[in-house]
Ligand binder design. Structure first.
Ligand code: SAM
Length: 289
């Protein structure tokens, strides 16, 4: 893969650009820029980007990964919230004809429309070194809002990557694990230490790939209901499933209805939500729909 100058994926080039524009890192935007070419190549290879692909990058920063993506993809749209980065991106992405930078908050972008306009509604690839303060809303927004998705190849906090992969019986198991497993197959691509970023984050990171399932692994009559039940169960982790679901204001069930459902399924009435698999949450919600 050839990336024309200015090639940014190393500490010297990054510092040069930051100094040229007197850029000040904004902690509130989760800005940790990648400065390791091996990690960048690993991400691009994992994402299997080809000249057929439309890629959306979330948070291009100074454009380090965007250059690689532009060299590999047919078209790239990069969404960056920080307006101080826009003149920098104009500079670093000059000459890349297939890149558009949008100065917007990713949580407010109409991504299905973008996919419709730029990729004829076909599934898109998302590649990003995500801002960690909004990892979950970004991922859940992509899955829940009808974005046509092929895959997400994303850098996240190591701990979040763990949470996506685990099942019942582990402390990391939660609503995110279940949602990810319902929508996609998660695969860990690489662990990335803090020294691959500038400034260094306090936590370890990991590249994870989520390949969207063609069909969800379980049959659910009412997805929204199942996810309300999942969220309620993990909001009050130490409570029994029965109490968590009865207390949830966005669920209409009485204690009696829930007790009958648990009995029908042959589950103990004191079972906790954290003991249930995705399949079991599907069974319970299908019974109550
Ligand atoms: N991609 C760059 C890299 O790898 O060096 C930067 C990654 S940095 C972890 C996250 C980027 O996301 C920053 O550039 C930050 O300004 C941007 N960002 C933060 N919140 C955002 C939001 N709500 N919408 C779009 N971009 C956001």
């Amino acid at each position: 893969m050839s990336v024309p100058e200015p090639y940014l994926g190393n500490p010297q080039k990054t510092i040069e650009i930051l100094q040229k524009y007197k850029f000040v890192f904004q902690k509130r935007y989760g800005q940790n820029f990648l400065i390791d070419p091996h990690v960048l190549q690993k991400i691009i290879r994992s994402a299997k980007v080809t000249k057929e692909d439309f890629v959306m990058e979330i948070g291009p920063g100074i454009g380090t990964m965007t250059q690689y993506l532009a060299a590999a993809a047919r078209e790239v749209v990069a969404v960056e919230i920080d307006k101080a980065l826009i003149p920098i991106l104009e500079d670093t992405l000059e000459g890349f004809e297939n890149v558009t930078v949008l100065n917007e908050d990713i949580l407010k972008v109409d991504i299905p429309r973008l996919a419709e306009e730029r990729n004829a509604g076909r599934p898109i690839k998302v590649v990003a070194n995500l801002p960690y303060y909004i990892t979950t809303p970004i991922i859940m927004g992509l899955f829940e809002n009808g974005v046509p998705l092929e895959s997400l190849t994303i850098m996240v906090q190591k701990e979040v990557a763990e949470r996506m992969k685990v099942g019942p019986g582990t402390k990391d198991y939660g609503a995110l694990s279940l949602a990810i497993q319902y929508y996609a197959r998660p695969e860990l691509m690489a662990n990335v230490p803090p020294n691959c970023f500038m400034p260094r984050p306090k936590v370890g990171s990991a590249v994870i790939q989520l390949i969207r399932h063609e069909n969800p692994p379980v049959e659910v009559k009412n997805e929204a209901l199942m996810f309300r039940m999942i969220r309620a169960s993990f909001n009050q982790r130490r409570k029994t499933l029965l109490n968590s679901l009865t207390n949830a204001t966005d669920l209409p069930f009485t204690k009696e209805e829930l007790t009958i459902a648990l009995e029908k399924l042959g589950w103990p009435v004191n079972i906790r939500g954290e003991a249930l698999t995705l399949e079991e949450f599907a069974q319970l919600s299908n019974l109550l729909v």
